[in-house]
Design a protein around this ligand. Structure first.
Ligand code: NDP
Length: 451
């Protein structure tokens, strides 16, 4: 006897979408969740982070306002108001997620689900049998162990701090570290970023990390590159001495680690299933997101695809189409646009210069650095950077990269252009919108590098 056609473990972005769509396709579906509806993205990721990013931009906006004739000299940041307003908004979103699942006829089962076998799940001492199991538990911050690591916080804690840190240290050089270094700095904290490599954001086009690092320094963030943490000693409450391997000691009141995330597998007892994993510990799946165990599927941060909400959602839709709607479509992982909400923002789609060179050999590069119009009266020295990567043989634009205000908003449209196979000639024939920063993408004529 089966209780459900589909049992989903994890009500995050991927799990909720799969549950709703499978139910709409006629399946009887349950989703188990032990923490919060909406998963990392809604609760301790993209959404609250973006709200904090908005908050952190105001300091520069107030300064900019003076150049435009405004007197805003009495501005003051109240962390508790930001934190609590953010939490209220997230609770509203949790309610929306619950309604979406209820309206779709999906049963929500609260509690930690553990896998008994490939067709049986246990939550709170009760067992359910299902035809198919979808693993969508997502990931968890992965903090290394070292002397004093018990004092660090991660991206799960940072949204609920009692006070805004005065002098935080953020460790890591990826998405979360640079975003939170910018948030803390923008909110007024004296912020240090410690990164073990020589260039932050190394998975992106190399010009982007360099430009962002310069801007971070200009804004007052202390960058410690090629630096590793040796230990953290607690001196008093909210008073730590962080020692680097070089011997340098940084005093700080908060250390935030953003050193990657690990898939949440053991917590759900998934090891019992004997699923095949890759060398990163992620679950191997086929085009239907089916694991090596028939009837058990996995998607989102549990598999080795980009750890991004829209990717998990797209995977959920393909899973449902293939399993419940008789479709054979597959997910195209090329040209996934992404943004880093550092300051200024990064927006990027397609290949880096390095990857395009490896893939196509001969490529043309177009670059533009400029001070956006808004920054003339404001006096803000922040500069924008834009870059096009073009395959010489086909003239197709294969990479579009930007560091500047609203880069994420601008690059979304560029993602459509790349998917449609736009050439540099198409970009050149497009008429710009003046005066904007985005128009620069259709007015770049001078090749920066030609080989
Ligand atoms: P990332 O993988 O982006 O970056 C991890 C960073 O930590 C890297 O710079 C890495 O260094 C460094 N690191 C790893 N291990 C150690 C260690 N033991 N000691 C010191 N440094 C270490 O992970 P994040 O945690 O920043 O984010 C996780 C994922 O979440 C991202 O990959 C992204 O997909 C997603 N995300 C997306 C966002 C968005 O869309 N805007 C925002 C936030 C997160 P090295 O480079 O040398 O390996």
């Amino acid at each position: 006897m089966l209780d459900y056609d589909l049992f989903v473990i994890g009500a995050g972005s991927g799990g909720v979408r799969a549950a709703r769509m499978a139910a709409a396709a006629g399946a009887k579906v349950a989703v188990a969740e032990e923490r919060y509806l909406g998963g990392t993205c809604v609760n301790v990721g993209c959404v609250p982070k973006k709200l904090f990013v908005y908050a952190s931009h105001f300091a520069e906006e107030f300064e900019a306002a003076a150049g435009y004739g405004w007197d805003v000299s009495s501005s003051r940041m109240d962390w508790a108001t930001l934190r609590d307003n953010k939490t209220a908004e997230i609770e509203r979103l949790n309610g929306i997620y619950k309604s979406l699942l209820d309206d779709a006829g999906v049963d929500i089962i609260e509690g930690r689900a553990t896998v008994v076998d490939s067709h049986t799940v246990e939550v709170g001492g009760k067992q359910w049998r299902c035809e198919r199991l979808l693993l969508a538990m997502g990931g968890w911050p992965d903090v290394p162990s070292f002397p004093g690591s018990e004092f660090v916080i991660d991206s799960n804690h940072v949204f609920f701090l009692n006070e805004l840190p005065r002098n935080p240290v953020v460790v890591g050089g990826g998405y979360i570290a640079v975003e939170f270094a910018g948030i803390f700095n923008g909110l007024g904290s004296n912020t240090t970023l410690v990164y073990r490599g020589s260039k932050i954001l190394k998975r992106f086009d190399q010009d982007l990390g360099g430009h962002v690092a310069d801007e971070m320094r200009n804004k007052g963030i202390h960058l410690r590159l090629e630096s590793e943490v040796a230990s953290i000693t607690k001196l008093a409450d909210n008073d730590f001495a962080l020692q680097l391997k070089s011997g340098e000691i940084i005093s700080c009141d908060c250390v935030m680690y953003a050193t990657g995330r690990r898939p949440l597998l053991l917590e759900a007892g998934v090891d019992k299933l004997g699923l095949e994993l890759d060398n990163k510990g992620k679950i191997l799946v086929n085009d239907s997101f089916e694991t090596s165990v028939p009837g058990v599927h996995a998607l989102g941060d549990l598999i080795d695809t980009p750890e991004l909400t829209p990717v998990a959602i797209a995977e959920a839709m393909v899973f449902v189409d293939r399993v419940y709607r008789d479709s054979d479509r597959t997910l195209d992982y090329n040209d996934i646009p992404t943004a880093v909400f550092c300051q200024p923002n990064i927006g990027t789609v397609g290949l880096t210069e390095q990857d395009a060179r490896a893939q196509y050999g001969k490529i043309d590069i177009y670059k533009s650095h400029f001070r956006p119009l808004k920054n003339t009266l404001s006096g803000n020295p922040e500069r924008t950077f834009m870059k096009l990567v073009v395959d010489q043989a086909s003239d197709r634009v294969v990479g579009v990269h930007m560091v500047g205000p609203e880069a994420g908003e601008i690059i979304q449209g560029m993602g459509v252009a790349l998917k449609a196979g736009a050439t540099k000639a198409d970009f050149d024939e497009t008429i710009g919108i003046h005066p904007t920063s985005a128009e620069e993408f259709v007015t770049m004529r001078q090749k920066a590098v030609n080989d």
